[in-house]
Design a protein. Structure first.
Length: 323
């Protein structure tokens, strides 16, 4: 999608991605309504689908220098809805621990349905797009001033999120089997307290990490347990970013500004799409590219090569490396 820096882009292509995502979520809404008879699913998935469509539309239509606001709009619309309406008002524990609780109960609703669509099956279609376009934790962390990471990743620190995943699962199993916190004992107020307390801890940890490492997405890279689930399906995602080898001038701006520290030129040099399971499809690479060489693409391929930028292995000397 070719975009000008200072002008709006209103065309047929502007509506493709919004319509695709709205169609997916409205289809889910109808499916769950017909299966359960609950009107909740209509406005729940309708709200999410409409919010994503609005954000995607503005991301495509706004002048290129303002494209970021499309994603931010979707992030706040979906994130706020999930956090305040579903989490606080509806008392659904949308934390990872809540998902494990409901999974043990055998309840396919609320948190289990959300995790299945956004974080298990969803990555097969749109990768880790949830992390960039809808996450209520990231919607706050992305407001911080360190959007462009000061340094590469800290090698092996990312193993912490796997430990977090196992500890959270163990905590729920302990609560279930040892403390006997089971369906008949699980009160909605407890779910709310767990959800609120967990989110507060996430925000505090994320802000501290971002400030120390000068990286808004440090929490996503090192602490958050959700990528452990997402990274299974993401390499097979139908939607991925691609760098056009004919248009790219190898300025390196995409790599320098990638919030997830991906060596994007490695994929360009092998003429493949960005296969990294760390890609969150935030489109920062698209927004900063001066030649419109980066864009969404649909296809069927997979690879498990991540090509990440670590602090102990600097980026290659691109033309604008110090820009």
């Amino acid at each position: 999608m070719k975009k000008e820096k200072n002008s709006w882009n209103i065309s047929f292509n502007t509506f493709i991605h919004p319509l695709v995502f709205a169609g997916i979520f409205y289809s889910i809404a109808v499916w769950r309504y017909l299966a359960t008879g609950r009107v909740f699913y209509i406005y729940n998935f309708g709200t999410i689908g409409t919010s994503l469509a609005i954000g995607l539309f503005f991301a495509a239509a706004l002048p290129k220098k303002h494209s970021l606001w499309g994603r931010r709009i979707a992030q706040f619309l979906v994130g706020s809805y999930m956090l305040f309406f579903v989490g606080v008002f509806k008392h659904e524990n949308m934390q990872f621990e809540g998902f494990i609780f409901y999974l043990i109960m055998g309840v396919f609703a609320g948190s289990t349905l959300h995790y299945f669509i956004a974080k298990i099956a969803g990555p097969l279609f749109f990768g880790r797009g949830w992390c960039a376009w809808a996450c209520w934790t990231a919607m706050i962390l992305d407001l911080l001033p360190w959007k462009k990471p000061a340094n590469g990743r800290i090698r092996y620190f990312g193993l912490v999120r796997y430990a977090h995943f196992l500890l959270s699962t163990g905590l729920v199993l302990y609560a279930w089997f040892a403390l006997k916190i089971q369906p008949e004992n699980l009160k909605t107020s407890m779910e709310l307290y767990w959800f609120a307390g967990g989110n507060l801890l996430y925000y505090i940890t994320g802000i501290i990490l971002a400030a120390v490492l000068k990286d808004n997405r440090a929490f996503c890279k090192y602490i958050c347990p959700i990528p452990v689930l997402q990274k299974i399906g993401t390499p097979f995602s139908i939607l991925k970013m691609r760098i056009d080898t004919e248009t790219c001038i190898e300025c390196g701006l995409c790599e320098q500004n990638c919030p997830m520290g991906i060596r994007l030129m490695e994929y360009k040099n092998t003429k493949s799409r960005v296969m990294s399971s760390e890609c969150i499809t935030c489109t920062t690479c698209h927004d900063v590219c001066p030649e419109n060489a980066v864009d969404y693409t649909y296809g069927f391929d997979f690879s498990f090569k991540n090509h990440l930028y670590y602090a102990d292995k600097p980026l290659k000397n691109n033309k604008n490396r110090d820009a």
